[in-house]
Write a protein that binds this ligand. Structure first.
Ligand code: ADP
Ligand code: ADP
Length: 231
């Protein structure tokens, strides 16, 4: 089955002045295994909210969400942590949020790989291979909190891919990177998809990124419109 299925997903944030913000309005979305999806739309249209709902970090007000075959509705926080560790790679706009600040870059990747379980655990060469792929091997021993914003963003991607997840969720993964480094990051995501069948859902303003993915979904005022599949 699909790696993501959303049916009628609506999310309403309560606002400080008592009004409400409808961030997602009856969103239906399916992502097939290995499919690469770009989420585009103006600022404030609901892209980040949709990503955090898929990550199980925000529970939608209404609708059903399933990820990698698991219905997220009604799961305990502990069960959600398990789904996240095993089935999801997540790169949020604040990459530091998904990193262990006092642990080294290498330890961050190793920890993510062990948490995911499976056959990759303890394969140190691949950890260093991933660090090399994101250009961080020289900083392998540096604590995450001492890395720059762009370096943390790249480390977050290495951490996200460490467990070889069926689904990678990324929110503007190239926003803090220069063009050359952004290209490296895009290449790693595209290769994870080609070589390992990782499905990608990428929020992006970057045409260069969107162009490389299979399908572009547009969000306006919380409503999602699907584009034609190029894959
Ligand atoms: P995008 O990622 O497309 O910029 P968001 O998902 O961040 O959009 O936001 C969608 C709408 O929800 C916006 O109107 C935003 O102001 C509102 N919003 C986002 N997060 C919160 C929050 N934590 N509390 C209240 N409103 C929020
Ligand atoms: P190389 O050409 O050196 O294999 P890659 O960028 O393909 O470079 O990968 C570098 C390292 O990162 C390799 O050890 C590879 O196994 C690992 N790697 C790449 N993508 C993933 C992924 N999605 N999950 C886990 N490990 C990965």
């Amino acid at each position: 089955g699909p790696v993501v299925r959303c049916e009628g997903v609506t999310h309403v944030y309560p606002d400080t002045d008592g009004t409400e913000v409808v961030a997602l309005d009856a969103v239906d979305l399916e992502v097939a295994p290995g499919q690469a999806v770009a989420l585009v739309g103006p600022s404030g249209s609901g892209k980040s909210t949709l990503l955090t709902v898929l990550a199980g970090l925000v529970r939608p007000t209404a609708g059903r969400v399933s990820v990698a075959g698991t219905d997220l509705g009604g799961l305990t926080e502990r069960a959600l942590l398990g789904v996240r560790a095993r089935s999801l790679g997540i790169v949020l706009q604040t990459p530091g949020r998904n990193l262990l600040p006092y642990a080294s870059a290498r330890r961050n990747v190793t920890f993510a790989q062990r948490s995911a379980g499976g056959t990759r655990a303890e394969r140190g060469r691949e950890v260093d291979g991933l660090l090399e792929a994101v250009g961080l091997l020289p900083w392998a021993g540096t604590a995450a909190r001492h890395l720059s914003g762009g370096q943390q963003q790249r480390l977050a991607l290495a951490v996200a891919l460490a467990g070889d997840p069926p689904l990678l969720l990324a929110d503007e993964p190239t926003s803090q990177l220069d063009r050359a480094t952004g290209e490296v990051v895009l290449e790693l995501m595209v290769r994870a998809r080609e070589e390992r069948g990782t499905a990608l859902v990428v929020v992006t303003h970057d045409r260069e990124v969107s162009r490389r993915l299979d399908v572009e979904h547009t969000i306006h005022d919380g409503r999602l419109t699907s584009g034609p599949d190029r894959g």
